[in-house]
Design a protein around this ligand. Structure first.
Ligand code: PGA
Length: 246
């Protein structure tokens, strides 16, 4: 089955490590993406322009991990969506739980980023999720609805939507939610988005401890169109196993 794989290198690799990882694994990434998968690698800002120049003839795509909520101006240390678009970035992760937790990003900030990304034709990969406590309270749809409702209203007509569901307790822990929780959540997400979007062009990703041990279970869940991969994305062997798993 064809899946979308978004590989988030976070700040796990330095500039040199990112470039070397790409160069050393270029052929295998190319081969895996040619087998009908869509692969997007997301290095940190510093490596984007260099890797973009290396990807010109590749089917592998390039994403950023973040962007500024402001279009341009006196915002020291920020990177604009316009700059990302100019260097050939096609996708950008927004609203990752690490940004919500450590950098206090709010729905308002995330919404501004999403609107700018659509304006510059960079596809947002919008992360939503819930805490362990919320997971245990079995209230997932209500919590996700709070995050999704305003976001869906800013999607321009006919533009595709990519949503990544990432339960916080699953990120970097090796644990994934119960299978029935995943089935119910992804079925709910698909129905909710269909109901609230004027078109049907959306993809649902799962993120959080996607690795060679969990991928089999994850690929058995209906309505999952792809995966957001963190730590396993810095290990060629693990990545190959995840993508090749049928
Ligand atoms: P992980 O991270 O695969 O290391 O759990 C996923 C993510 O943060 O998107």
């Amino acid at each position: 089955m064809k899946y979308l794989y978004v590989i988030n290198w976070k700040m796990n690799m330095s500039f040199n490590q990112s470039i070397n990882f790409y160069k050393n694994n270029k052929n295998i990434l190319e081969q895996l993406s040619n087998q009908f998968n869509e692969i997007i690698i997301c290095p940190s800002f510093d490596a984007l322009a260099t890797i973009s120049a290396l990807l010109t003839t590749s089917t592998v795509k390039l994403g950023a991990q973040n962007c500024s909520e402001y279009p341009s101006g006196a915002y020291t240390g920020e990177v604009s969506v316009q700059s990302l678009a100019e260097i050939g970035i096609t996708h950008c992760i927004v609203g990752h739980s690490e940004r919500r937790t450590y950098f206090k990003e709010t729905i308002e900030t995330i919404s501004k980023k999403i609107a700018l990304l659509y304006q510059y034709k960079v596809q947002p990969i919008i992360c939503i999720g819930q805490t362990t406590q919320a997971y245990q309270s079995k209230n997932t749809p209500a919590i996700l609805e709070q995050q999704l409702a305003s976001i869906l209203t800013i999607v321009p007509p006919n533009q595709p939507v990519i949503i990544a569901y990432e339960p916080v307790f699953a990120i970097g822990t090796g644990m994934i939610p119960q299978q029935d929780h995943l089935e119910n959540t992804f079925t709910w997400l698909a129905q909710y988005i269909k109901k609230n979007l004027a078109h049907n062009s959306f993809q649902l990703l799962y993120g959080g401890s996607v690795n060679p041990t969990t991928i089999n279970t994850l690929k058995s869940i209906s309505c999952i169109n792809g995966f957001l991969i963190g730590s396993a994305g810095t290990d060629r062997e693990k990545l190959q196993k995840i993508i090749s798993e049928q």
